[in-house]
Write a protein that binds this ligand. Sequence first.
Ligand code: DOR
Ligand code: ZN
Length: 356
Amino acid sequence: MTTIQTLTLTRPDDFHLHLRDGAALRDALPWTARQFARAIVMPNLKPPVVRLQQALEYRGRILAALPDGSEFTPLMTLYLTDDTTPAMVEEARRSGVVHAFKLYPAGATTNSDSGVTELKRIYPALEAMQRVRMPLLIHGEVTDPEIDVFDREVVFIERHLIALRRAFPELKIVLEHITTAQAAQFVGEAHERDAHGVPRLAATITAHHLLHNRNAMFKGGMRPHYYCLPVLKRETHRQALLDAATSGDDRFFLGTDSAPHARHAKEAACGCAGCFTAANALELYCAAFEQRDALHRLDDFASRFGAAFYGLPRNSGDVTLKRTPWNVPEHLPYADTDIVPLHAGEAMEWQVQIDA
Ligand code: DOR
Ligand code: ZN
């Protein structure tokens, strides 16, 4: 068997990304812009991006922070609250700038305090989203403190997602950053498609959930850089995610959920959730796909299925990765301090080739 040395992909998109704002945006954005053509930008800023005007202003700040000559396009999202109205959904759709609304159950994760307290409260907004074909992106975890943190995704599906899909059968939904075999199975069994053949239910999968199980958080001590939400799960779940991502099923596509937090905010008594993967995203996905000898499936997962789901044209141009051993830096500059990328200090096999 000959080992592949070079892999060329259509320029990919990141369908779930945290770019932050201000100095953090300045330092996080160039990493994504060098690997990806477009990204779905999460709205969980402080304060959250709730209104169209806020999204337009945030988009302006992202474009202004881009390196000279970059052609990166941010795809904006709005943050659902109990007060999101059908008129706000319609206005967002007409703008052409907002590509989805994000549902954070209140308290589920970073900056989710203004999230939705009860799904019934946003039914009018969801009805409007279904009508104008605006996708709903879901952080699928219950916030009930009685529920074990490792079970929160599965319980969300049982308690909320099944009913939500029944109530809004034509709503386009992305279950974001899935972490369990049950989530992969739930999405895999949803066969409904719209008139264009686009799946009604899809899921993004991160590189860290493909590469690591929950042991990574505790190897030889507490490892805060492996702590994210939804939290890493058992190996059986990781295997199910690898199956889904490498299956060639168009309901599963790339979303890094790269979620930068400064090193001091992670290495703390109450460390923030999030893995910073933007600096080596494609390399990490290559490592994951190679575990299944499925590098030939990466182009569809990274560059085709997500764009088709969102009704976006496929990107022109490409990006090449080479099998070139290199070491991930121990830390990178971030918001006037530093940040620890996933796999810091470790060797990687693949490297994106960027023209100087
Ligand atoms: O680990 C995470 N970090 N999960 C999320 O849902 C939010 C994200 C963040 O914004 O830091
Ligand atoms: Zn996220």
